[in-house]
Design a protein around this ligand. Structure first.
Ligand SMILES: [Zn+2]
Ligand SMILES: [Zn+2]
Length: 331
C-alpha cells in the first residue's frame, strides 16, 4: 500500500515537471524531446561554438551567442523589427543544430554544435570584431539595438506543424520575390514558398552587381567546349522560374541547379541578365543569395512600413507560428 502511495506521488511530481515542458515544446521529434529533457536536468542552456580564428570551441549562453550572430548576419542599421525577425530565425536555427545528434557536423572540435563560418553554419562576430567592423562611435548604438532585438524575442522560435522550422533566409530577392524551395534545392518545404516582395530598393549599394568571366573560364567551370557557341544555348535553354530566377541549366547530359551555377560562377544571385562581348560573358545580377525564405532587405522594408517581427516572419514563412521556449533550461 505504502509503495502504491509513493508511486502515485512520484507520477504526480513527474506530471508537474513534464506537462509544462510538453506544452511549451513542439513534440513529435524524438531528438528534440531528448534535448529538452537533458536541459531539464538542470544544465544551463549553453551553445558550444567552434571559433575558426581561435581554433577552439567556446561555450556561450544561448542568448549571448545570438547577439554575435544577428550582428554578423544582418546590417545593424536595419530596423529593430527586422533585427528581431532575424533573431528568431537565428535562435531557431541554433536550437535545431544543438539538438542534432547525428551526424557530427564538426568532428574533432570537442563537441561543437555550430561554427562561425557562414557557409557552414551561421556567422558569428565577437565584440572585438564588431568594434572593428562598426568603429568605436557606432558600436554602442548598434550593439544596444541588437541586444534589444535578441532580448525582446528571448526564447522565441519558429515552428511548423509542432516542429522547429528551418528558417533559411537570404540578403535580397532583388525585387523578384522569394523562391519556392523546390526550385532551388532538392526538397520542397511547405513554408518555404514563393512570396512577392516589393521592398528591395535596388538603388541601395550592393544589390545590383556585375560579374564578368571569360568564355574560357565559364566553359571550364561547366565542362563545356571553350567556345561562345556552347555557352549561348546553355543560357538560352536554361529553365527559369516565374520570378525569372535560374532553376537549372543543362551542360551536356548533366543538369546543374541554378544555385550551383550561381556558386560556381561567383554570382551574387541567380536572377540575372547576361551579355556576351568578344570572349567575355557579363552577368548583371539582382539581389543577394539563394532567394529562399526571408528576404532581409524585404524584412527591413516591411519594418519601415510599420510591420512587426511576427508579421514579417508570418509573411516569409507561410503557415509557421512563433513558439516559446521559456521553459527550456533555467531562466
Ligand atoms: Zn558549422
Ligand atoms: Zn525581397
Amino acid at each position: 500500500m505504502k509503495k502504491l502511495i509513493w508511486a502515485v506521488l512520484f507520477m504526480f511530481v513527474l506530471a508537474i515537471v513534464l506537462i509544462p515542458a510538453v506544452i511549451n515544446w513542439p513534440a513529435a521529434n524524438h531528438d528534440m524531446e531528448r534535448g529538452l529533457l537533458n536541459e531539464y536536468a538542470g544544465k544551463p542552456l549553453t551553445v558550444n561554438v567552434y571559433i575558426s580564428a581561435r581554433k577552439k570551441t567556446v561555450a556561450m549562453p544561448l542568448e549571448e551567442y545570438l547577439i554575435g550572430v544577428v550582428a554578423a548576419e544582418m546590417p545593424a542599421n536595419f530596423e529593430t523589427e527586422a533585427l528581431k525577425a532575424q533573431a528568431v530565425a537565428a535562435r531557431t536555427y541554433t536550437i535545431r543544430r544543438m539538438l542534432m545528434v547525428d551526424p557530427d557536423l564538426h568532428p574533432g572540435t570537442q563537441g561543437a554544435k555550430l561554427c562561425d563560418r557562414p557557409t557552414h553554419c551561421q556567422a558569428w562576430f565577437s565584440s572585438e570584431e564588431l568594434k572593428k567592423k562598426w568603429g568605436m562611435f557606432k558600436y554602442p548604438l548598434y550593439i544596444y539595438k541588437i541586444k534589444k532585438a535578441v532580448q525582446e524575442t528571448k526564447g522565441k522560435v519558429l515552428v511548423y506543424n509542432n516542429q522547429l522550422a528551418d528558417p533559411v533566409y537570404h540578403g535580397s530577392c532583388g525585387g523578384a520575390g522569394t523562391e519556392k524551395s523546390g526550385n532551388v534545392w532538392k526538397y520542397d518545404i511547405p513554408y518555404l514558398q514563393a512570396v512577392k516582395c516589393q521592398w528591395d530598393d535596388l538603388t541601395k549599394p550592393g544589390l545590383i552587381n556585375k560579374t564578368t568571366v571569360s568564355v574560357k573560364e565559364f566553359a571550364a567551370l561547366l565542362n563545356l567546349p571553350g567556345k561562345v557557341e556552347a555557352i549561348i544555348p546553355l543560357l538560352k535553354n536554361g529553365i527559369y522560374s516565374k520570378n525569372k530566377r535560374l532553376i537549372s541549366v543543362k551542360s551536356g547530359s548533366e543538369v546543374i541547379s541554378g544555385n550551383a551555377f550561381r556558386t560556381k560562377l561567383g554570382l551574387a544571385s541567380s536572377v540575372f541578365s547576361w551579355e556576351i562581348k568578344g570572349d567575355k560573358v557579363t552577368f548583371t545580377t539582382k539581389g543577394k543569395g539563394h532567394g529562399v525564405g526571408m528576404c532581409q532587405y524585404g524584412a527591413n522594408g516591411m519594418a519601415k512600413a510599420g510591420k512587426n517581427y511576427r508579421e514579417i516572419l508570418a509573411y516569409y514563412y507561410k503557415g509557421t507560428q512563433i513558439s516559446s521556449l521559456v521553459k527550456f533550461g533555467p531562466k
